[in-house]
Design a protein around this ligand. Structure first.
Ligand SMILES: O=C(O)CCC(=O)C(=O)O
Ligand SMILES: [Fe+2]
Ligand SMILES: [Mn+2]
Length: 221
């Protein structure tokens, strides 16, 4: 049942997962902001959450200073993974990154509690390269991208559990991204109630920081 449900996702139009302020921005970001619903099988989702749960449980949720980007979260940077999870991360790498890109050595794991949310921000260009790829577990959420110079240009991504999103190039550099808080969590007219959400985020190194490049990779992004 679950497997056939996952397969059916592939036949739905892009508008089921991505909406935007107009056809121009939707077409411009076609290859720069992508969602792959059902990227993970339910077994893979369970593999990841089972492995992450004990590490996350050791930490406390943080309610950061009012101007911080993320509220109601705990996180870890993880570089050692089980073989099963490594296979999943390899699939993410193959799906989201080009062979010439080097990834940050550790994967960012972010646990947002049901009230948790992420304010609009652009990931540091000093510490992260052109591509950000994130798996979503447990709860659906809505990620909104807004052009930093033209606030009327926006995109919204529906991130179901098991989905993979990819932000690269213009979507990563010219648009802020945020995860909507529960009260504002709508995808078009559709309410997307927020529960606890775990994301597993792979990022490329800034260009020029690959092996043999000058700088040392940062501990986090
Ligand atoms: O949770 C996510 O998928 C995105 C997190 C994020 O934007 C960040 O850590 O910079
Ligand atoms: Fe971010
Ligand atoms: Mn971050």
């Amino acid at each position: 049942m679950a497997a056939s449900g996952r397969l059916a996702l592939g036949t739905l139009p892009r508008s089921s997962w991505v909406r935007g302020s107009g056809p121009a921005v939707l077409s411009r970001l076609r290859d720069a902001a992508l969602v792959r619903p059902g990227f993970l099988s339910t077994a893979e989702e369970e593999t990841l959450s089972r492995e992450l749960e004990p590490e996350l449980r050791r930490r406390r949720y943080e309610y950061a200073h009012w101007d911080a980007a993320i509220h109601g979260f705990r996180e870890t940077e993880k570089s050692r993974w089980s073989e099963a999870s490594r296979a999943i991360l390899q699939r993410v790498q193959a799906a989201a990154f080009s062979p010439g890109q080097t990834l940050l050595p550790s994967v960012h794991v972010l646990d947002l509690e049901p009230r948790g949310y992420i304010k609009p921000h652009v990931d540091s260009i000093k510490f992260c390269g052109a591509t950000i790829a994130g798996l979503s577990l447990l709860s659906p959420s809505v990620m909104r991208l807004v052009h930093t110079q033209e606030p009327g240009e926006w995109l919204e991504l529906l991130l179901e559990p098991g989905s993979l999103y990819i932000l690269r190039g213009s979507a990563r550099y010219d648009f802020s991204h945020e995860i909507l808080r529960d009260e504002e969590s709508f995808f078009g007219g559709r309410r997307v109630p927020r529960g606890r959400r775990i994301s597993v985020i792979c990022r490329s190194l800034p260009e020029g920081m690959g092996p043999g490049g000058p700088g040392q990779p940062p501990p986090a992004c």
